[in-house]
Design a protein around this ligand. Sequence first.
Ligand SMILES: *Cc1c(COP(=O)(O)O)cnc(C)c1O
Length: 397
Amino acid sequence: MKKIIYVDNAATTAMSDRAVEAMSRYFKEVYGNPSSLHTVGQTAKEALDEARASIAKCLNCEPREIYFTSGGSEADNQGIRSAALQGAKKGKKHIISTAFEHHAVLHTLKKLESEGFEVTYLDVHSDGLVTAEQVKAAIRPDTALVTVMYANNEVGTIQPIAEIGKVCREAGVTFHTDAVQAVGHIPVDVKADNIDMLSLSGHKFHGPKGVGALYCRRGLPLLTFIEGGAQERGKRAGTENLAGVAGMAAALGEACENLGKNALYLTRLREKLIDGLLKIPHSRLNGDRSKRLPGNVNMCFEGIEGESLLLLLDAKGICASSGSACTSGSLDPSHVLLALGLPHEVAHGSLRLSLCETNTEEDIDYIISEVPKVVEYLRNMSPVWEELQKGIRKHLI
Ligand SMILES: *Cc1c(COP(=O)(O)O)cnc(C)c1O
């Protein structure tokens, strides 16, 4: 079989051996319902408590501040809606966010706008960053919530979350962060970062899909979306996904143990990859080069379409992305690249390569040797590129 180089880890990751092994116990061995009072149930309850404690430790919070969900999207929905509706009770119906959030956040905010909330979307600078000063300037007496993502899923830029959190804390405004791309990849500490609510997802750090968590600081009200039993302190009914939760806890524990080592390794691969791809004429790196996730590379190549590039790379065994998985298949350029101020023509020619610890130096060498060939091939049949060459069109990169 052809060797596959998977560099789409921002979309999802393969599960780690430790996570698979941790899960396997919960199918036939520890199968109880944690709400049952008998031994089988109580064994399951203990495992659930352990997983919760282990995740809390990684985030520096209390176990009771962790609520398990079906993933990052649900955690975003629950956290944001809870804070918004709590604010509305006090007549506060203003929310601050950014233009380049994940759709789980943006679409939740759109819905809230249709329900009478007002949302200020902060402009993202061309380097893919927003500042605490911008947040501070946007806060009003009627601001109920600030939600700014920890690290962007497309361009990988890491926001100044501790500073933004401090501004919110001082103003008495609830601060939520979508940390799905950050947790397990860079240090995240809800206390040091002044975070009130945080979303995370198991499958972005080598855990299983369909399971995530919402951290909600003690004392902050949380809405119940799924009514039923008293699971998750009454905030989310339904028999717990114990295998998923255990797999996620194992994956996060492993990721946190190896955080520094992995970041060092990935940063080295990333820098090599960026240097190699920037040799392609009329190419650019999107997002600040240093304030970015260790494994994220996001480039634009002028005169080509990202989708064609992806398909040809796939034929060479390189699995990458042109943006977020949610928008692929549509012809609109990525809302994230547009938020960074890139023109449509440039944003169309984007490529995201998101690495993980199992990628090797040889993988990087192969990508650096293949991408330029594919870009050249596509440019040779691109009418846009021809116009650029003839000077009919001006180069934008
Ligand atoms: C993947 C992702 C989500 C959604 O998480 P799911 O577990 O797939 O629902 C939300 N936000 C960001 C930034 C993501 O990368």
